[in-house]
Design a protein around this ligand. Structure first.
Ligand SMILES: [Zn+2]
Length: 172
């Protein structure tokens, strides 16, 4: 590696302290890997979006897959195939949100906003920006429905969470 790794000790110390209060009340050792509610959420990494809290779920209730924009990528399909084939998931919810940093933007705009120098090879890197979020959701759900390794009986729903009100609307 040709760059010095920043020291991560302080980060671990901070997390250890934050984990201490959870350890003090931990009572989840009986939970199993399959989700109790048989639902998998795909949502954005946005820190305002947290499916467990939004839908009053508890630890162990649902699967949550997150990435920037809640986009269906090859790796998301990998997780959904495993969740539906091995972990009892029978419903998939793709949940975009209002005020997403990738919404109503072109990929070029995202690339031009990067803080670091961008090499020619990276100028075409696809950040899966969403000039039209509804269209992106339609395409993402189609990728799930068309995936031959996800059982056909799995229910797929597309919704959008409003970070200003806490509510959801059905899109697909
Ligand atoms: Zn987002």
């Amino acid at each position: 590696m040709d760059r010095t790794e920043p020291d991560n000790s302080e980060l671990f110390d901070t997390l250890s302290k934050r984990n201490a209060s959870f350890l003090g009340q931990f009572s989840h050792s009986d939970l199993t890997a399959p989700a109790l509610e048989q639902v998998a959420f795909l949502t954005c990494m946005d820190s305002r979006v947290e499916p467990l809290r939004i839908f009053s779920y508890e630890l162990g209730d649902v699967k949550v897959i997150r990435n920037a924009g809640a986009r269906v990528t090859e790796d998301v399909l990998r997780s959904l195939i495993l969740a539906t084939n091995f972990l009892d998931v029978t419903s998939i919810v793709v949940m975009q949100h209002v005020d997403c940093a990738l919404a109503f933007k072109s990929n070029d705009l995202v690339v031009s906003g990067l803080k670091v120098p961008v090499s020619p090879a990276d100028e075409t890197r696809d950040f899966l920006a969403m000039p039209d979020p509804d269209q992106a959701l339609r395409e993402d759900i189609a990728l799930i429905l068309e995936c031959p390794l996800i059982p056909t009986e799995v229910v797929v729903l597309g919704i959008r969470y409003d970070v200003k009100t806490g509510g959801i609307v059905r899109v697909l």
